[in-house]
Design a protein around this ligand. Structure first.
Ligand SMILES: Cc1ncc(COP(=O)(O)O)c(C=O)c1O
Length: 356
């Protein structure tokens, strides 16, 4: 039985995008692949397997790191959010995870336990993101305290960029300057995907690509192909009804779209219950027979409707592409007033995944 909605994950495209990261850096830099949130919706285990040549992965939470270890990955696994109590710290140490330390609270937890197993600490400086991170003025003090903890092995200074998606913002330069003024380590990590692609100075030490690995652009108003990236996920569904309506008849909940003339409407078996955004702009495209046609009316839980007046020989069961290889997810995200990250992460369990 063919699933109603399928996300095909192209692992060759993932590897192509990894090579794209490599082409942007030098042999002095290292890559830690960001595979949090189920590898941005692509499947953490399958993605980690495809990237197994890498030495390090980053996830947001302890649970995600444990999932990877239990699946047999022996690489360095960094927990970007760090840990929040002693029990979590002990589990992290037992599993040899690398930890971000972004607060006094986390430093105190490290200071308070008895442990002999080494652990690597990524000290996060808040250079302007103002989300997680220590006041950069405290960097030296944190280093002194971390150096007194006998089981702390490497200390990597890191920061996260708030506006690197915007080439004309001054903030990235300012964050870099702040980082350079305060960092106490030769071992550092700054660049996310936007840094890797467009901010040369941020490419120091470890680079942390996320979205670019999945083939989508980190930059404002551009799409993956503009950055020479290949879409990893292609989301497809199929036509489950073809109906003809007359001028003046409206389509779907709220009757928000009315046929300007006799119109052939295709009903596609995907809706917000699968993660397709309900707040999509009118006329957002899908692909049917490799041609663009527009979504009309509101997206429902299980279906959406498209205008197929200009598509010949449509049949029930025909494939419809919602985003992917020939229709960048960035473009659809823009139509939903969001970013590709959110669309990719938001697919629900009802969506089947196939790997190729
Ligand atoms: C700390 C940190 N580093 C790196 C990344 C990867 O960012 P991007 O997906 O934009 O490359 C993220 C993602 O949110 C992050 O939180």
């Amino acid at each position: 039985m063919k699933p109603a909605v399928q996300a095909t994950i192209n692992l060759a495209a993932l590897k192509y995008n990894l090579q794209r990261v490599r082409d942007c850096i030098t042999s002095h830099q290292q890559i830690i692949a960001v595979i949090k949130a189920n590898a941005y919706g692509h499947g953490i285990i399958e993605v980690a397997k495809a990237l197994t040549e890498l030495d390090a992965f980053a996830v947001a939470r302890l649970e995600e790191a444990i999932t990877l270890r239990q699946a047999g990955f022996s690489q360095r696994i960094l927990i970007l959010g760090g840990i929040f109590n002693t029990e979590e710290l002990l589990r992290a140490i037992k599993n040899q995870f690398d930890l971000v330390v972004h607060s006094e609270h986390q430093l105190c937890l490290l200071e308070l336990i008895n442990n002999s197993q080494p652990i690597n600490v990524w000290l996060k400086l808040d250079t302007g993101m103002h989300r997680l991170g220590i006041n950069p003025e405290l960097t030296q003090q944190f280093h002194q305290r971390l150096n007194r903890i006998n089981f702390v092995n490497e200390i990597i200074d890191m920061t996260h960029l708030a506006d690197a998606d915007n080439k004309s913002s001054d903030n990235t330069e300012q964050q870099l300057q702040c980082f350079e003024n305060h960092s106490q380590s030769n071992n550092v990590s700054i660049a996310n995907s936007a840094g890797i692609l467009h901010w040369h100075q941020t490419k120091q030490g470890w680079v942390r690509p996320g979205i670019m690995l999945y083939g989508s652009s980190p930059m404002l108003k551009t799409s993956g192909p503009d950055e020479n990236l290949k879409a990893v996920m292609t989301l497809k569904s199929r036509l489950i009804a073809i109906n003809q309506y007359h001028q003046g008849e409206s389509i779907g909940y709220g009757s928000t779209w009315t046929c300007p003339s006799t119109t052939k409407i295709g009903v596609v078996a995907i809706g917000y219950g699968d993660g397709y955004p309900r707040n999509i702009a009118p006329d957002t495209p899908v692909l049917l027979h490799n041609q663009r046609c527009s979504i009309v009316g509101r997206v429902s839980m299980d279906t959406l409707s498209i205008n197929i007046n200009n598509i010949e020989n449509c049949q029930i069961g025909d494939e419809v592409t919602l985003w992917g290889e020939d229709l960048p997810v960035d473009e659809i995200a823009d139509s939903a007033n969001t970013i590709a990250y959110e669309l990719l992460c938001n697919l629900t369990n009802r969506v089947d995944k196939a790997y190729k």
